[in-house]
Design a protein around this ligand. Sequence first.
Ligand code: ZN
Length: 265
Amino acid sequence: MEIIDTHTHIGQFGQWNCSCETLMTCMRKFGVSQGIVSTISGNEYDYELNLVNSDKGQIRINHDMLQEIKKYKGRLKALFWIRPHSEVADRQLENYLEVNREWFVGLKVHPRCSNLKFSLENYHTYLELCKKLALPFCIHTQNDGFSNIEYVYNVAKQYSDINFIAIHMEMGTNHQCAMQYIKECSNLYGDTTMVKIDDVIKAIRCCGSKKILFGSDAVVFGEDSYRRYDDFEEKLINTFSGTEIEDLFYNNAKRFFKYIGGSYE
Ligand SMILES: [Zn+2]
């Protein structure tokens, strides 16, 4: 089975140090043919809300990651990790993303680690840029007062021509609320990152197989990052049709992100 992992990381943040080599080793071991990666070095604040990585701008941080992933001949594509607390989406960012269109397939934000609620106006320039360049927006969701699913839902309703992924389908909850929003809102999608298999099954049943994408957070948990997904395929095969499983593991990713899928070595 072809697998595209739509949510992986490299970079350095706090206790986490994720190398591109380890990510590629894990992907190979688990049979992931292509990954969409973002750099955790893009976080603006640590969990205690102290400013971090303030010496580099968002383009520089993402460009450093790009140099790493280019070595792997298209097996990795990227999300541009934005820093909306200290920066905006300006002309320079627009040009940068246009020039590197082949690599950056969307934007990514962790609202808590930007110390900025997703409901705030500061995201406006980034949302306008997504609209202009037809890029999807991937948001870490969690009921933490920064990344709540209702903030993402409200923005998705307001920007109906941008596609959004609620990463984790609101971590720290039973995902019921996220599932209802994803079901109701045609441009809001969910992913499986850190979501238990029983809840993934519920999400596919509730929202339909076209709305949920496979993501893992590899290699935040090191060499064993994919171990928690070992029984995923087997349990899904017992529950859903071949087409529905293909949607989850790769067809949705191909539909959702441009410049992904196809042939690579
Ligand atoms: Zn993540």
